[in-house]
Design a protein around this ligand. Structure first.
Ligand code: HEC
Length: 193
């Protein structure tokens, strides 16, 4: 009996040993990198058509490719995706916030040294020529030149306000321009009738 068992074990072992390498090298073994035709192997970067290979940065539309840093939605307060330079620390989450801060600044008499606030001269849309419905840049008589909105704001800061010009990337300048836009939208509403 013991002999039969030993024989059976020996036969099984022999079968196993001869079968194992046959299976390991088999085309059917998914763990064998040499298995399957190269074209069909999803782990082979050269396989599949380029367009279909999700590991190929050129594949798929840019906007849906998760490997493309430009395809992601910007994270609130943190547009500093690696490789992107920020112009300033995050300042506003939306237009309303910027315009609200701008409204404060337009009413602030301590912004310059003349004792005036922007709204001392521009209350009731005075001197803003909004009826002309012009976008910036445009010619402004007082400046004697064609200016962008930011440049116009800084011109009024330096001259009628007798203050300092805002830094071009400052949140203050953005806020001043945002309030100008909000003020202009309000003008259009008021004059629609
Ligand atoms: C002492 C009065 C005075 C103050 C203070 C003043 N401005 Fe002006 N601003 C003017 C006058 C006058 C004009 C019109 C110039 C013209 O039409 O030639 C003007 C023009 C402008 C314009 C352009 C209007 C157009 O033609 O499109 C903007 C924008 C403006 N000011 C913004 C500001 C801002 C912002 C401040 C505050 C930082 C400010 N101003 C402060 C007198 C003032």
């Amino acid at each position: 009996m013991k002999q039969i068992t030993t024989l059976a074990v020996a036969i099984l072992l022999a079968m196993g040993l001869s079968a194992a390498p046959a299976f390991a090298g088999s085309d059917k073994n998914p763990c064998n990198p040499c298995a399957m035709k190269q074209k069909m192997n999803p782990c082979n970067p050269c396989s599949m058509k380029k367009k279909m290979n999700p590991c190929n940065p050129c594949s798929m539309k840019k906007s849906v490719n998760p490997c493309n840093p430009c395809s992601m939605k910007p994270v609130k307060g943190q547009w500093g995706t690696p490789g992107n330079q920020s112009i300033r620390p995050h300042a506003f989450d939306n237009f309303q916030q910027a315009a609200a801060y701008g409204k404060k600044l337009w009413s602030d008499e301590s912004l310059g040294t003349s004792g005036n606030a922007c709204l001392s001269c521009h209350a009731d849309y005075e001197f803003l020529h909004l009826e002309r419905n012009q976008n910036f840049p445009h010619f402004v008589k007082m400046v004697g030149d064609v200016v962008s909105l930011d440049q116009m704001i800084n011109y009024c800061m330096l001259n009628p306000m007798k203050g300092k010009a805002f830094d071009k990337d400052s949140k203050e300048l953005t806020a001043m321009a945002a309030y100008y836009r909000a003020y202009r939208m309000q003008y259009r509403k008021d004059h629609r009738k």
